[in-house]
Design a binder for this molecule. Structure first.
Ligand code: MN
Length: 478
């Protein structure tokens, strides 16, 4: 069994005074679950213990780890919430309560699913740590999914891919997203997965071997340039994202240059650009493959410089250059912000102002606009979990929207008045149709007129549920 008390020593956000509380939660959970078994036949306690260990690996605080240990004791052991509050305090009680399906028995089928998600987002809007516990819970359940009957495997894997992968992606937790989607794809696309297992590992190994070969050359360059404190690292692309890319390239492995990528991690941003220059002096870059996600981050906050070059013997390889801080953020996403606040204090208030949580807040607000269940799940998929694009306002602010969004969606995203009074749009300085699909990094300027009203035609092309409901509201239809 893993040794949690040993593991938490590596977590900078845990103080030695927290050890007693965590030990207490370990004992409490173990006792509550005693006699219960997992589908694997193991002791049930293995599950909350692993969930807590995952949370610890994200450097989360002691209350989150304690709640991870206790997350199933209400549903599975009928431990009263009042007892949890008495033993572990108000905040832990709130976190555990958010993980429990209290009173959900009266809901069935889709209603139950919707109710579950409603509660999840409402509590996450109150305390962001809820979503981390939920993701850790799902991660361990997915790692042990093979023990469940086939029909359950499919359902859980599908939900994971459609919702939890999307949540992890929106929160920028790349590490979790990639593992969850690989685990889920195995059950949903089992044939394709089989094929990948036969074809991918040898090719990734080939590329990694090659990267190892050029490592000394890069080291030499960095040393000559006087760059200290760097980390070189190789990353293999996940199975599922490789597969998605293969589909785009008619299954031709040769066209996927980043099956394995060479990562260079350094102290500061100016070194990132310096190294990009060094690499381009060494090897010719492929045109159109230089991506500056430092100046223009991806919509989930991802930052890095990417370049693809013709290296030794004309081999094509991808470099990813970033700072240590960016690296941590793209592995842990929002969890990285959670862990470190400026003065080393764990202050929920300031960390909640992080704009990465805006969509959770929006989502929980939408629940108050009475949604039909099916509609709600649908809007969850479309508005929040599709690929997002970045649109610039004339002032250079960034608005993130789902792919396929139009200027009208953009207008309503800024303010409902701007949406309601929209008469035209300029995209990148040119007058365009208000129904035109926006592209990533477009600069959009909405032209308004005071006495203008929305047109019901807009309903035919708007993409976001938000714009749709505001247009209907303005037109007086429900
Ligand atoms: Mn659980």
């Amino acid at each position: 069994m893993l040794n949690l008390l040993e593991e938490i020593k590596n977590n900078q956000n845990i103080r030695t005074t927290d050890f007693i509380l965590i030990q207490k939660a370990i004992d409490f959970s173990q006792q509550a679950h005693s006699g219960q078994k997992r589908a694997s036949g193991e002791e049930y306690f293995i599950h909350p213990l692993n969930v807590a260990s995952i949370l610890n690996s994200w450097n989360l605080d002691s209350q989150t780890i304690v709640a991870g240990l206790l997350h199933d004791v209400v549903d599975d052991c009928q431990v009263p919430l009042a007892l949890i509050e008495k033993e572990f305090g108000k905040e832990v009680k709130f976190l555990v309560e958010s993980m429990s399906g209290l009173g959900l028995i009266k809901y069935r089928g889709i209603e139950r699913t919707v109710e579950n998600f409603r509660r999840l987002f409402v509590s996450t809007a109150k305390d962001g740590r809820v979503i981390f516990i939920k993701l850790a819970d799902r991660l361990h359940n997915m790692r042990t999914l093979k023990y469940l009957p086939e029909n359950k495997q499919k359902r859980i894997a599908k939900e994971t891919l459609e919702i939890y992968v999307a949540i992890a992606s929106r929160l920028g937790i790349g590490q979790v997203k990639s593992e969850l989607e690989d685990l889920a794809a195995k059950y949903i696309y089992s044939q394709e997965h089989q094929w990948l297992m036969e074809n991918l590992p040898s090719r990734i190994k080939e590329r990694l071997d090659y990267l190892k070969k050029i490592k000394p050359i890069i080291e030499d360059e960095l040393n000559k340039a006087g760059i200290k404190n760097y980390k070189l690292d190789f990353r293999a692309k996940g199975y599922y994202s490789s597969y998605k890319k293969l589909l785009k390239c008619s299954m031709n492995f040769e066209e996927i240059y980043d099956l394995a990528a060479f990562r260079i991690i350094v102290e500061d941003v100016s070194q990132c650009y310096q190294i990009l220059g060094l690499i381009h002096k060494l090897w010719k870059p492929l045109s159109g493959r230089i991506k500056d996600y430092i100046a223009l981050p991806k919509s989930n906050g991802y930052q890095s410089l990417h370049t693809t070059v013709f290296s030794l013997d004309g081999q094509i390889i991808e470099f990813q250059i970033r700072t240590f801080k960016m690296h941590e953020e793209c592995q842990l996403g929002i969890a990285a912000h959670w862990a470190y606040s400026e003065n080393g204090q764990l202050n929920n208030e300031t960390r909640f102002k992080n704009s990465k949580f805006d969509w959770v807040r929006q989502l929980s607000q939408q629940f108050s606009n009475a949604y039909k269940n099916q509609d709600f799940l649908e809007s969850l998929r479309i508005d929040y979990f599709n690929n997002r694009i970045f649109i610039f306002t004339p002032k250079g602010d960034i608005i993130d929207l789902p792919q396929g969004a139009t200027p009208i969606d953009f207008a309503y995203q800024i303010h409902s008045d701007i949406g309601n009074h929209c008469v035209g749009v300029k995209i990148n300085g040119k007058i365009s149709k208000i129904s035109k699909e926006l592209a990533n990094n477009d600069k959009v300027e909405i032209i308004t007129q005071k006495n203008k009203k929305p047109s019901s035609d807009w309903l035919k092309f708007v993409k976001t549920t938000d714009a749709r409901s505001r247009i209907k509201q303005a037109l007086g239809i429900s």
